[in-house]
Design a protein around this ligand. Structure first.
Ligand SMILES: NC(=O)c1ccc[n+]([C@@H]2O[C@H](COP(=O)([O-])OP(=O)(O)OC[C@H]3O[C@@H](n4cnc5c(N)ncnc54)[C@H](O)[C@@H]3O)[C@@H](O)[C@H]2O)c1
Length: 348
């Protein structure tokens, strides 16, 4: 062994101090999203302030913000805007442990060079699973036929349906979003053709994923099942209006796990009530639907209480994703789920 050779210096694993982090979210959300182990890891990765901020104006909150480099946000967090940045001059990263940041983040924050990431991709997993199930149950008329069974007691009365089953169906996805892409992947397990409408997506990219890019009217005309995955914006509000709903084939199924405002609810109720269309809705406009709303009672409508996103044991994925981003930030690596200012307006 050449004892005279100089060893290269061993670098300590942390070349800079751990960033100071503060959690900001509604009461109870830390416990719901971050289990014991996730909090332990967050405490390892950062110098974690021991209180969760529910507001940003008390002396305690102001002290915590003054020293914060990372703000870990979650559901019900306070608004993050230029005023907050003035109180948190060292803030470099907002790591959101939930989906959309649009409800609380002023885009000015991104313009001031603070990086923002979210767990929307982790939240997309259960929404896509739910949507896939909704598409299969929709095509099999599971809800309508279950009700028929319950009410008429006839086990195999499948009469009067314009079409039934998943074989060879055309599924139209509106929005090649995080969720839309995952749904597309799951649809690979079905014998289905996939049409996609997304004016911001590259048609070649859609073809590579196994779909066909079309305009919205074509999608509506050709699909057996239409599933919505676009954000609610001025462009998408009521994109399924009375005219487009009337263009859908008889027996088509409208699946909405996106936002209720994308559909004209009154026009949908008319079509569902007539028996021409079926609807599976995890979101609605208004939301919640008032008690006694026809969509609760029509046999060919199935309404769930906005449950497709992460719930229960799925919440741990949001914490995992957030911890991954903070670890990458602390190690000086590129983030995987960083929000780009240019894309914010057309994102969910
Ligand atoms: N039900 C739930 O629990 C739940 C949970 C999470 C998200 N969501 C909703 O699901 C939808 C998709 O969320 P995401 O995170 O996958 O979205 P995303 O931000 O990943 O993508 C949005 C996509 O919509 C496309 N788009 C923008 N304008 C469009 C238009 N005019 N027409 C068609 N496409 C357009 C964009 O190009 C982009 O591909 C959103 O409406 C979101 O609010 C619901």
């Amino acid at each position: 062994m050449d004892v005279g050779r100089q060893e290269a210096p061993v670098r300590p694993p942390h070349t800079r101090p751990r960033p100071r982090a503060v959690l900001a979210m509604a009461p109870g959300v830390r416990e719901e999203v971050f289990g014991h182990e996730a909090l332990r890891r967050l405490g390892e990765l950062t110098e974690l302030h021991d209180q969760v901020l529910h507001e940003v104006s008390s002396p305690d909150a102001l002290r915590a913000l003054a020293g914060a480099e990372v703000l870990v946000t979650g559901w019900g967090c306070p608004k993050i805007d230029a005023g907050l940045l003035d109180r948190a001059p060292g803030l470099r990263l907002v790591a959101h442990a939930a989906g959309t940041v649009k409800t609380f983040l002023d885009p000015a924050v991104l313009e001031r060079g603070v990086r923002v990431c979210s767990a929307a991709d982790a939240n997309a997993v259960p929404v896509a699973e739910f949507t896939f199930a909704a598409i299969v149950f929709g095509a099999k008329r599971a809800f309508t036929l279950a009700r028929r069974y319950r009410e008429r007691g006839t086990r195999r009365d499948f009469s009067g349906l314009p079409w039934l089953g998943t074989r060879g169906v055309t599924v139209g996805l509106v929005g090649l979003s995080r969720i839309g892409r995952r749904v597309m992947g799951l649809l690979g397990g079905l014998d289905a053709d996939v049409l996609v409408y997304d004016p911001y997506a590259d048609p070649a990219g859609i073809a590579e994923l196994g779909g066909t890019a079309v305009d919205l009217d074509t999608l509506v005309r050709r699909s057996h099942v239409v599933s919505l995955h676009a954000p609610e914006t001025r462009e998408t509000r009521r994109m399924l209006d009375a005219r487009r709903l009337s263009m859908l084939r008889d027996g088509a199924v409208v699946v909405n796990t996106a936002r209720g405002g994308l559909v004209d609810t009154d026009a949908l109720v008319k079509e569902v009530r007539s028996g021409r269309l079926d609807a599976i809705l995890d979101v609605s406009d208004p939301e919640p639907l008032p008690a006694g709303h026809p969509l609760f009672d029509l046999p060919n409508a199935f309404v769930t209480p906005h449950l497709a996103g992460a719930q229960g044991n799925e919440l741990g994925r949001l914490a995992e994703s957030t911890l991954g981003e903070i670890a990458r930030y602390a190690a000086g690596l590129p983030l995987l789920h960083e929000i780009d200012r240019g894309e914010l307006d057309r994102m969910a």
